[in-house]
Design a protein around this ligand. Structure first.
Ligand SMILES: *Cc1c(COP(=O)(O)O)cnc(C)c1O
Length: 406
């Protein structure tokens, strides 16, 4: 009899989005005329910027001519894209990252999910709580945890982010090897200062740990004193891997392009204690299991770095940040504690009641769909996440309705 990978059975079935969909459709059946406003999803709503689209089209046209046609591209991605990335995202911010330390891919979800493959089966993992579920589930699948008991997997170290610590995850109090961090955070919208990130970088350097830093929402940072890359912290280029994506800054959720940065200085030990460059392992993994992001998409991504592209993607995050500020303002007026919304498209609200109860209340009394915090971990209990991915009119109406309902 062929056997399955039993670890998959440990996964707490992700009822979250199914459960939300079920409650929403029940509501719609009962209230066929109600206009629902969805502030629950983590997907963008605005179309691709003009200059991106133009480059995308031009890339497609090149594929139509024999002399300009492209087949398989370079495995790490085209140099025209990697070069503008290091110049704009790193060198301009004082981070000494080189183009050959960038790996272009089709998504930060895949990369942040696949990265664990290159580490040993018995590395100790720390994740924030609440957490982007990808970091947890991929390690469960790989067999690095025990069963899920009381909403937590045995064997994982959970770094709590709560109202008490300003939603900045606690430092690990037991030894860990891999630490997942995400700033601006999904789901909380919280951002880390340089001093806060330095604590983790120092921890990693002292304990020979590696930080997996997800910066998918970096384009929403408006406070210039905040770090946009973990490599702005001294010494991070020896202990951190960074994930970036064009999904949230340029609307590529349906177009697909991202990159992972692995400085050659990041090393980990083999079973005999020899230090090995992690870069080489990921390079091998990437070229074995991935055949590149399509040429027109890489052209489209590169257009984000032209002066027009930069202005357009800035305007795009401004569009969502205007919504986020309004949500934050209204929630604060109502007297709820919250975080996010200033350098992030998410607002994490302390509803001080069961998070599904809060979800039902907003749905049934205000016709607004949010995401219940409990779906992101134990520390999400009591909270809901509102997303700024919608238009201003809808967000404004949603907040008026919420004010009336509560
Ligand atoms: C949206 C998101 C990403 C981006 O994923 P893609 O696969 O690049 O679309 C990565 N990390 C987090 C936390 C996200 O919310």
């Amino acid at each position: 009899m062929i056997k399955i990978n039993d670890n998959f059975l440990k996964l707490k079935a992700s009822y979250l989005f199914l459960d939300i969909a079920k409650r929403v459709s029940d509501f719609q059946v009962a209230n066929p005329d109600a206009k629902l406003i969805k502030l629950g999803i983590g997907d963008v709503t605005e179309p691709l910027p003009k200059s991106v689209l133009k480059a995308f089209h031009a890339g497609v046209d090149e594929m139509a001519g024999r002399s300009t046609f492209r087949g398989y591209g370079p495995e790490q991605g085209y140099a025209f894209l990697r070069d503008v990335i290091v110049k704009t995202d790193y060198h301009a911010r004082g981070a000494a990252i080189e183009a050959d330390e960038i790996f272009i891919s089709d998504g930060a979800k895949c990369d942040s999910g696949n990265i664990q493959e290159i580490f040993s089966a018995d590395v100790r993992i720390a994740v924030p709580d609440p957490v982007y579920p990808v970091y947890v589930d991929t390690n469960v699948m790989a067999g690095r945890t025990g069963p899920n008991v009381d909403d937590r997997y045995e064997g994982l170290v959970y770094l709590e982010s709560t109202p008490d610590n300003g939603y900045f995850p606690d430092m690990p109090t037991e030894p860990v090897d891999l630490i997942y961090l995400c700033f601006p955070n999904n789901p909380t919208g919280a951002m880390a200062t340089k001093e806060q990130l330095k604590q983790f970088v120092d921890y990693a350097r002292e304990n020979q740990a590696i930080i997996l830093y997800d910066a998918a929402y970096v384009s929403f940072i408006r406070d210039e004193s905040l770090p946009q890359s973990i490599y702005e912290i001294e010494g991070a280029d020896e202990v951190a891997i960074e994930f970036r994506s064009f999904s949230k800054n340029a609307g590529f959720t349906g177009t697909r392009c991202a990159f992972t940065t692995i400085p050659k200085k990041v090393k980990a030990s083999d079973s005999e204690g020899n230090m090995v460059e992690v870069h080489g392992l990921w390079s091998r993994r990437h070229s074995t299991k991935f055949n590149g992001t399509s040429y027109p998409v890489q052209r489209a991504a590169a257009a984000c770095y032209t002066p027009e592209g930069q202005a357009e993607i800035h305007a795009l995050s401004d569009f969502y940040l205007r919504n986020a500020r309004l949500i934050r303002e209204k929630v604060s007026e109502l007297g709820f504690g919250c975080v996010g919304g200033d350098n992030s498209p998410y607002i994490w609200i302390n509803m001080e009641r069961d998070s599904w109860e809060a979800f039902d209340l907003l749905l049934n009394k205000a016709g607004v769909v949010c995401t219940p915090g409990a779906g992101f971990g134990k520390c999400g209990e009591g909270h809901v996440r509102l997303s700024a991915f919608n238009n201003y009119e809808n967000v404004s109406e949603a907040m008026d309705r919420i004010a009336e309902a509560l």
